[in-house]
Design a protein around this ligand. Sequence first.
Ligand SMILES: [Zn+2]
Length: 259
Amino acid sequence: MFSPSTVKCTSLSSSDIVIAVGKGNAEFPLKDIEKYKDTTVLDIGTYNGKRLVCLNLPDLEGGVPLRTFFSEAEPEIAHIAILAAHLSWWKALYKYCPKCGKPLKEHNFERCMTCQACEENFYPVISPAIIVLITKENRILLAHNTKFPPKRHSLLAGFVEPGESLETAVHREVMEETGIRIKNLRYLESQPWPFPNSLMAAFAAEWESGELKPDGVEIEGAAWYASSDELPDLPPKGSIARKLIDSWIMERHTAIFAE
Ligand SMILES: [Zn+2]
């Protein structure tokens, strides 16, 4: 069982359980820990009574892609991988005080870094983002983002901007990327997504008005699909996007069967 604790930099000892992260991969538990003995690691909690540490290995060759971890690992192990990936990113970035430039050190009891000179505290940075499943009658909106692999389509998503509520961000992203208005927005669930530090808030909404006009910058193509249509390449399992799309397909199949 995993119990998180305050992050501390410590030295790896042979009795530790190690999660290694690097190159978008994770290995848990890291097998060959002897060669990293006395390396600096992040102490992130306990696992089955043993100290659990994270080792950031930029040249990690083994392990499993983090995205695969989320789809295949037990929820508790996936949680450990998410935490380890997010904290190693944050720890690698926050070495010096953004305010005065002096070195940061671990806080005595909180999960944050503190400045040795001005004593300002810096907590792990989390970037909120939204994702929304939009339907029009019995069809779902799937779009191709220019950053996706060639045929991949998914739900609309984007980062929340300063001053916005989550709901405002959904309406803005949908309008900016596809030119449509939505209604009946409702919150569904959330998922931490450590690429590198997002927290995805998922919503469902219905089309209200407007023709689909992809912005051509972030979104290259967008269309309405029925569950009986041949669907394009979807995001991998483990992502909240795929979970929402799969749930919608299941709901539609159940509804069609009942008709
Ligand atoms: Zn400072």
